[in-house]
Design a binder for this molecule. Structure first.
Ligand code: ZN
Length: 120
């Protein structure tokens, strides 16, 4: 991958990371909308607890993505960004544009998905 693409992805990933961090901060300060219709009435009294659980789940999911972004940024630094972690082939700019945190080329990814489907 050329340097220009590399720096484009670095910018993209840094922005995504900052977004996630911003979301996490907003969630922590309680400034996030939880629809009361999502919860039965008897949970009203415990709504603050529900909120806390919701925030916890949100953070868990974001934490996963965040660590993938961090890993991708590290790979940009050491120059291995865009290489499939299974076969070492180039993942391809097109695929990376759709999913900058991708760690596998499309062939290895579909191989893996087939194995997972067979496992059930
Ligand atoms: Zn591969």
């Amino acid at each position: 991958m050329n340097k220009r693409d590399m720096s484009k992805f670095k910018k993209l990933l840094t922005e995504q990371r900052d977004d996630l961090m911003g979301n996490a901060r907003r969630a922590l300060s309680g400034d996030i909308h939880v629809d009361p219709d999502d919860f039965p009435d008897e949970m009203d009294s415990a709504s603050s607890e529900v909120n806390l659980q919701f925030t916890g789940r949100l953070r868990e999911r974001e934490q996963g993505l965040l660590s993938k972004i961090e890993a991708a940024l590290e790979k940009i630094e050491d120059g291995s960004f865009g290489e499939c972690r299974v076969c070492g082939e180039t993942i391809g700019v097109k695929r990376l544009k759709a999913r900058p945190v991708a760690e596998m080329c499309i062939e290895c990814k579909s191989d893996q998905e087939q194995i997972e489907r067979r496992r059930g």
